[in-house]
Ligand binder design. Structure first.
Ligand code: CP
Length: 269
């Protein structure tokens, strides 16, 4: 089984991953995989996903192999299918980040160990697994909750949308700035989620999408503000909002330590 898209996993299995995340949050020292070898191959920058997966592997007792494409024979023209074959022989699981969805599909086609998509242009399933866990932790459940998404129709949003179908929560979205309609969308929201305007590998864009502090009072009591990071301060989110108690972005980011472990545990069990 692979995790290329959020919807590749059934609800029961997602609930298992949430259960494991709670377990690993309570029990940091549990290293059941002393003989497992995990490849971590990131072709794009990463702070949270890569580091949390590296720590997760180490704490689970796995051996981690950081793959730098520049230092592989792919750079000298080895057919990527042959490289994938070798990765399948040497490793027990591969965590892979690349921009191109087709490249992820090629890895999926030829690999015969679990493949975890750590972000492509079209999806970011491990982020949304983390965010769903964080909402469970803060709200007790996610069913029938309303999430207001303020951002582009990007990889994180696409995975969030898949999650909404599985977990039965409502999404209101602001993909384009429209002063007249935005205000009403804050009404009855439990979670306000935003993301950077510029996805990795994209050109800088002019954009006005941001969390509007003046409308937050219209959201439900105890609403939370989330951002998967990296953020651009005073663009999609301003510093006053970061200081609000409702803003849980650092807790959300810390949870990647536990959800990364839970994902590896699920696939190696
Ligand atoms: N949210 C997220 O994927 O962060 P990184 O790009 O730092 O991994």
């Amino acid at each position: 089984m692979n995790l290329i898209k959020f919807k590749n996993i059934t609800k029961i299995n997602h609930l298992n991953i949430i259960k494991y995340s709670f377990f690993f949050k309570k029990r940091r020292k549990f290293n059941p995989f002393l003989k497992k070898n995990i490849g971590i191959f990131f072709k794009l920058p990463s702070t949270r996903t890569k580091i949390s997966f590296e720590i997760a592997c180490k704490e689970l007792g796995c051996n981690t192999i950081i793959i730098d494409e520049e230092k592989t024979q792919i750079k000298r023209g080895e057919d990527v299918k042959d490289t994938i074959k070798m990765l399948s022989i040497y490793l027990d699981l591969l965590i892979f980040r690349c921009k191109n969805n087709k490249e992820m599909e090629i890895y999926k086609k030829y690999i015969n160990i679990p493949l975890i998509n750590a972000l492509t242009k079209n999806s970011h399933p491990t982020q949304i697994i983390n965010d769903i866990f964080t909402i469970y932790e803060k709200k007790g459940n996610i069913k029938n909750k309303t999430i207001l998404w303020i951002g582009k129709n990007n990889n994180v949003f696409k995975s969030l949308y898949e999650a909404s179908k599985i977990f039965k929560f409502k999404i209101k979205k602001i993909h384009k700035y429209n002063k007249k309609t935005i205000k009403n969308l804050y009404k009855n929201c439990d979670v306000i989620m935003t993301d950077t305007w510029v996805s990795m590998g994209e050109k800088k864009v002019k954009c006005k999408l941001k969390i509007e502090k003046k409308y937050l009072k219209m959201a439900n009591k105890n609403f939370i503000i989330m951002h998967c990071l990296p953020m651009y301060r005073n663009k999609e989110i301003n510093e006053q909002i970061l200081e609000m108690k409702n803003c849980i972005i650092w807790k959300q980011a810390k949870n990647k330590l536990f959800t990364s472990k839970a994902i590896i545990y699920f696939f190696l069990l």
